[in-house]
Design a binder for this molecule. Structure first.
Ligand SMILES: [Zn+2]
Ligand SMILES: [Zn+2]
Ligand SMILES: [Zn+2]
Length: 373
């Protein structure tokens, strides 16, 4: 799903969501004082907000609030928000220069010759070291092609490219959890449900799946959802890279612009039962909930595994309550996603941990469902 604005306005605690301790959790996508939480419209005279000199994405209003600003806006949060600013700046320059919305991503050049389980890789650093040693030089050379006054385009490209790996790695990790004979499988079929702009812009990076599993010859990926454009022309086109094509390997994309609960009854769906359903950052307990409930009912009755992700723990918990209410079996419970996004999203309310509120990220949490409880 694409990002969507969440407006959470409440002066009274919502016990169900355990918001009581931290009123700062009510974050909306507009400028406000980090200390008193007033927006520019809430001052008697037209209010003036002063941005943090480092990230410029957090504000204070008065000299009293300035004194407490560093308590409300921690160094850790500021560092994270600087990543957002850095990436936004680079992407705007890139779009203007290229006159396109093509996403910047960098992928491994060739398929691997041996299978190294993702579960044996500890984090992104380890991933780049063992799976993608060319990552650093590749991001450097991409940065060199962009017309920008960005003070550090290499770091920014590195962030964007790391962010893009969230999609394939989240899928690979889920496949390892649910497909027992994965290392010898020659074909895989994946249904990406509720596929929106984010998934579609970065679809090319799913080539990483073909590269990760050396035995995999046929990778078929369906993008399904109201935000998905119908692109039937692509149906049998092999979109794999030249090295994969030379090996006789094939990657195809199929698009259906209908909701999954309609798509599931088409011939295309019944002829292509998925090994895994993928639904990223759906926000289904807050947005389009009735439509999602119909989709979930269909996925439950298909009895195929589905990996779901969410920006925040609160969001994921409320989704799981909804799923349990529908008799869905939670196959793998809520956990932090090792392969979450790395660039904070600013238009979602924040994650809260022991150090206070910190930004939220794409696919920060994940869980897997299958069949009935
Ligand atoms: Zn204030
Ligand atoms: Zn800051
Ligand atoms: Zn390839």
């Amino acid at each position: 799903m694409g990002q969507h604005l969440r407006l959470v306005i409440s002066s009274t605690p919502i016990p169900d969501l355990q918001f009581q301790q931290l009123p700062q959790v009510y974050i909306f996508d507009q400028e406000k004082c980090e200390v008193c939480l007033r927006t520019r419209f809430q001052f008697e005279k037209p209010g003036r907000l002063h941005p943090c000199s480092s990230c410029r994405l957090a504000w204070w209003c008065s000299s009293e609030c300035q004194k407490d600003f560093s308590k409300s806006h921690s160094k850790r949060q500021c560092d994270e928000l600087q990543k957002t600013v850095s990436v936004d700046r680079l992407e705007v320059d890139y779009a203007i220069h290229r006159r396109s919305h093509r996403h910047l991503h960098v992928r491994t050049e060739r398929p691997r010759t041996t299978y190294l389980p993702l579960s044996s890789i500890s984090d992104r650093e380890d991933y780049f070291r063992r799976i993608f040693p060319g990552f650093s030089s590749e991001t450097k050379s991409v940065a060199g092609t962009i017309n920008t006054y960005h003070p550090d385009p290499v770091s920014a490209v590195r962030l964007v490219a790391t962010e893009a790996t969230c999609f394939p790695l989240t899928v690979i990790a889920a496949l390892e959890d649910v497909v027992p004979d994965l290392s010898v499988r020659s074909s895989l079929c994946i249904h990406v449900v509720g596929a929106g702009p984010r998934e579609l812009y970065s679809k090319g990076i799913l080539e990483e799946l073909l590269h990760f599993f050396p035995m995999l010859k046929r990778l078929k990926i369906f993008f399904v959802g109201p935000e998905t454009p119908d692109e039937t022309a692509d149906k049998n086109t092999n979109v794999a890279c030249q090295y994969c094509i030379a090996k006789g390997h094939m990657r195809t994309f199929i698009y259906h612009s209908s909701p999954y609960h309609d798509f599931a009854f088409t011939a295309d769906a019944s002829n292509n039962r998925p090994d895994l359903i993928v639904a990223l950052n759906t926000g289904m307990s807050e947005v389009e909930t009735e439509s999602w409930k119909r989709t979930i009912g269909v996925i439950r009755d298909l009895d195929v595994p589905g990996v779901f992700t969410a920006y925040t723990k609160l969001e994921a918990e409320s989704e799981i309550r909804m799923l349990k209410g529908m008799g869905v079996r939670i196959k793998k419970g809520l956990a932090l996603n090792k392969w979450k996004g790395v660039v904070p999203t600013t238009n979602n309310y924040l994650n809260v941990d022991e150090d206070g509120p910190i930004a939220s990220y794409n696919s920060y949490y994940r869980y897997i469902i299958q069949g009935r409880a």
